[in-house]
Design a protein around this ligand. Structure first.
Ligand code: C2E
Ligand code: MG
Ligand code: MG
Ligand code: MG
Length: 278
């Protein structure tokens, strides 16, 4: 590209910017073709009721197995899918796939992450109803996880949609609780059944102040009649703290890593066997 002598400054910066823009564009193109090419998959991570020690649910976590890029983590492609709008069909696919998997786990709740873009796209409740009908999973077993950024713009559409979904018997969980701008404010304004304490708090639970915050959030949940789930539980020490302080549910590598649907089924069977034999 032609550049006058007087614009050397631009010549210096432009190639690097071009590379970023091009890489981003290439990612968008790959993502766009990944859905029809069946490159996406779901892993499921078990969720435990701390009181009973039983597995009560599983969270669906999206995976992208790209033939050229390898396995791409959701944090690296969900934001792009949100910007291009691909998250709408992709999220619909995930919802359906998760419900179908859950149909073979009697009584387990299935948690599916939902992006703000999906909630704001008018057809969301319809696609939820369709996934439930298709899989035969009752609404009471579906939990939709939204992050606080979903609630940030306080749009009427989002509030109306959440009410409508709850009216169907679906549960709403506030994901990554404590990392947003106004976590308490959202609890007051939006209908929520569960809060998931962000992993960063659990990681730091050895710190006195963090421990106090976690205890307080657990108490808050109890007062409000909201289930509290701790995310990212990795050690016995963290688990013992949560149990001692009355946290209802735990999720994390200590309980189980994200696994294939068949592995969840095996896990449930072996646990059922254990509880029968002793
Ligand atoms: P999230 O919903 O908060 O999911 C929990 C994340 O923590 C998952 O990362 C999970 O693999 C990870 N994790 C679970 N236990 C532990 C632990 O003990 N230690 C550590 N270090 N990490 C743990 P993942 O699978 O990479 O997903 C990242 C985020 O991507 C999710 O955070 C969620 O916000 C988003 N995401 C995943 N699947 C979907 C989806 O289907 N739709 C949408 N919209 N977002 C999704
Ligand atoms: Mg989640
Ligand atoms: Mg989370
Ligand atoms: Mg997260």
């Amino acid at each position: 590209r032609a550049k006058s002598e007087g614009r050397n400054l631009y010549r210096f910066f432009e190639p690097a910017m071009d590379a970023t823009v091009q890489a981003r564009r290439a990612l968008e193109v790959d993502l766009e073709t990944a859905l029809p090419r069946h490159e996406f998959d779901l892993d499921f991570q078990p969720i435990m009721n701390i009181g009973s020690g039983g597995i009560v649910g599983a969270e669906a976590l999206m995976r992208w197995h790209s033939p050229t890029r390898g396995t791409v983590a959701p944090d690296n492609f969900i934001p792009v899918a949100e910007e291009t709008g691909l998250i709408v069909p992709l999220g619909e696919w995930a919802l359906r796939k998760a419900c179908v998997a859950a149909a073979s786990w009697p009584s387990l709740r299935i948690a599916v992450n939902v992006s703000a873009v999906q909630l704001k796209s008018g057809g969301f409740p319809r696609s939820v109803i369709s996934a439930l009908a298709f899989s035969g999973v009752p609404a009471s077993r579906l939990e939709l996880e939204i992050t606080e950024t979903v609630l940030m713009d306080e749009s009427e559409t989002v509030l109306k949609t959440l009410r409508q979904l709850r009216g169907l018997g679906i549960r709403i969980a506030l994901d990554d609780f404590g990392t947003g701008y106004s976590s308490l404010g959202y609890l007051r304004r939006f209908p929520v059944d569960k809060i998931k304490i962000d992993r960063s708090f659990i990681r730091d639970i050895g710190n006195r102040d963090t421990a106090a915050i976690v205890r307080t959030v657990i108490g808050l949940g109890a007062e409000l009649g909201i289930t509290v789930t701790a995310e990212g539980v990795e050690t016995e020490m963290q688990f013992d703290f949560l149990r001692a302080n009355g946290c209802v549910e735990a999720q994390g590598y200590l309980i189980g890593v994200p696994s294939k649907a068949a592995d969840i089924q095996r896990l449930l069977k072996s646990r059922a066997l254990h509880s029968q034999t002793g």
